[in-house]
Design a protein around this ligand. Sequence first.
Ligand SMILES: Cc1cc2nc3c(=O)[nH]c(=O)nc-3n(C[C@H](O)[C@H](O)[C@H](O)COP(=O)(O)O)c2cc1C
Length: 181
Amino acid sequence: MSVVAVVGCAAGGLETLLDGLVRPLIEEGHIVPVVVTPAAYAWLVDIGHDATIAEVTGLPLRSAARLPREPSPHPAPDVLVGAPMSANSVAKLALGIGDNQALTLLCENLTVRPTVIFPRVNAAHARQPSWAGHLAALRSAGVDMVYGEDVWPLYEPREAPSGRGLPWNAVLARTRALLSA
Ligand SMILES: Cc1cc2nc3c(=O)[nH]c(=O)nc-3n(C[C@H](O)[C@H](O)[C@H](O)COP(=O)(O)O)c2cc1C
């Protein structure tokens, strides 16, 4: 049994985080603390998944930072999975900006704990001039990126095939590989 920390951002498909990633990891016997960005938290509260994630994981869904006098409500992670990650949060992670609990967790574990990241981006995000540098920085830090034509072909905004699901099987496969390494 390992602690697999899941980090979610305000990106398309976040509503499938529970069934696509959290439940499968729990069913495989792992402890799964979930931390999301403030924007993602609002999306999950809107569909009632804050309570369901807490029930399924047995841990509070985290978004806010704890107070200095409070103990951490989550165990320390063995492996981290950032999925779906927004272009915004990938950029902040690459630059070391930990301005919320989700990014703080990823930033402080980068290079120390195995990490899988799925950037849920489109062709416009990838054209941003700094994007390639952000990916290179994270790869050089040892992050396993679920990225590329084989797992997530990039489309222009609003041109992706409707109903396209997130590549949870690829994310889970990479996570299992890191857990067994
Ligand atoms: C409905 C909706 C869907 C979005 N989908 C994406 C997405 O798939 N990928 C992405 O990078 N940004 C997406 N965004 C933009 C992010 O939500 C926005 O950049 C936000 O500031 C990200 O916050 P976070 O990185 O703190 O979670 C979407 C925004 C909205 C309103």
